[in-house]
Design a protein around this ligand. Structure first.
Ligand code: FA5
Length: 357
């Protein structure tokens, strides 16, 4: 009778000496493949007498299964070892900072205007304001009429407007017959917000505006403003001043010298000009403040009853304040930038001085 135990031990000794997948598969086939040692034994069962077959058959089958299982176990062991080896070799040292790739990596940064805008948005969001957006191409109703500036009103001359082609040509009017223009201020969003909101509400609206102006150190033709509006019951000038102070304190992180003086804007009554002591020259006079030591920054006032009416709000029941911050000028004061035109220049030497991602 063949010694199955001997075959098993021989197989195990050979198996444990192997560590390559191909070798293990060959060994397995040597024993349980088509013409393998154990397979041949199983084939020989048919030549045995029934008693021998009964005694030998199950044991030979058991050995076949055992060999197959042991080969599979050894194969998985090798696979795990290979994976671990690969993981160890491919390990990434995330603390490594001085290799060439890291040194030459260029990272981008936010434009200073974006940084300040994000800060202001966070401040106002924390005080319950929404942040709104509005169209750059506007009609004269939302840019002027709804803001108490009817056609031919001299206040239209305060903001030199880019009209679309000849305003008298019918094709330059929108579907409601209003002339189209590039918005001259973010106050158009006041007009739009009032028509879609019920008081009380409060929002800010940052955005780019356009004026046909001569440029200099503090004037651009395309610049940014940040509108703010709060409408509710019993809102006072004291509330307005509180919010103006809060923005300036949070942005400058120090007390800055400001002055409040009467200002005329048809959409507010009373209206104010809030100026900041020029931080470029510390008030001694420079091209940014036009030698007067103060920079016009934050016009504001109590919303005119006509504006509330145009927005579908009853001025006998509600009132509110509005302001129109000159965002670019605020950025200049905060970072000590002495010419507004740097902001639009796209010069990476300028832009890269600000916070990186
Ligand atoms: C307005 O545009 C009003 N809509 C602001 C307002 C809103 C008043 C709500 C009252 C209530 P003004 O034309 O002054 O106002 O512009 C507002 C601010 O934008 C100015 O104080 C200034 O900081 C900035 N600004 C004005 N013109 C320019 C310009 N050409 N370049 C850069 N900043 C400018």
């Amino acid at each position: 009778m063949v010694d199955l135990e001997k075959i098993k031990q021989e197989f195990l000794a050979k198996l444990h000496a192997l560590n390559k997948e191909a070798d293990i598969l060959n060994l397995k086939s040597e024993y349980v493949g088509k013409t393998g040692v154990v397979s041949e034994l199983l084939k020989s069962l048919k030549d045995m007498n029934p008693e021998e077959r009964k005694a030998f058959g199950p044991k030979a089958n058991e050995l076949k299964d055992y060999i197959q299982d042991q080969a599979s176990i050894q194969l998985s062991k090798i696979e795990v070892e290979e994976i671990n080896k690969k993981l160890a070799e491919d390990r990434i040292d995330t603390t490594l900072t001085d290799n060439i790739q890291v040194k030459t990596l260029k990272s981008g940064g936010f434009h200073p205007r974006t940084l300040i805008q994000q800060e202001i948005e966070d401040i106002f969001l924390s005080m319950g304001f929404d942040v709104l957006d509005g169209p750059h191409i506007e009609d004269e109703f939302h840019n002027f009429e709804a803001l108490n500036i009817p056609a031919d009103h001299p206040a239209r001359d305060m903001q030199d407007t880019f009209w679309f082609h000849d305003p008298h040509k019918p094709e330059d009017k929108d579907s409601s017959g209003k002339k189209r223009l590039l918005r001259t201020h973010t106050s158009n969003i006041q007009a739009r917000a009032m028509l879609t909101r019920k008081p009380p509400f409060r929002f800010i609206a940052p955005g780019v505006v356009f004026r046909s102006e001569r440029t200099d150190a503090s004037h651009e033709m395309v610049f940014t403003q940040l509108e703010g509006m709060m409408v509710g019951k019993d809102i006072s000038v004291a509330n307005l001043i509180y919010f103006m102070r809060t923005i300036l304190k949070e942005i400058f992180k120090k007390d800055v010298e400001v002055r409040l003086r009467p200002g005329f804007f048809p959409f507010v009554e009373p209206g104010f000009e809030l100026d900041i002591r020029c931080l470029i020259c510390s008030g001694t006079g420079c091209s940014v403040c036009k030698q007067i030591g103060w920079v016009e920054l934050l016009p504001c006032g109590m919303v005119h009853p006509n504006v509330l009416r145009a927005g579908g709000i009853d001025p006998d029941e509600y009132n509110g304040f509005a302001f129109g911050l000159g965002l670019d000028r605020l950025v200049m004061m905060r970072y000590g930038i002495d010419d507004i035109r740097h902001l639009q220049s796209g010069d990476l030497r300028f832009n890269s001085q600000f916070k990186l991602f």
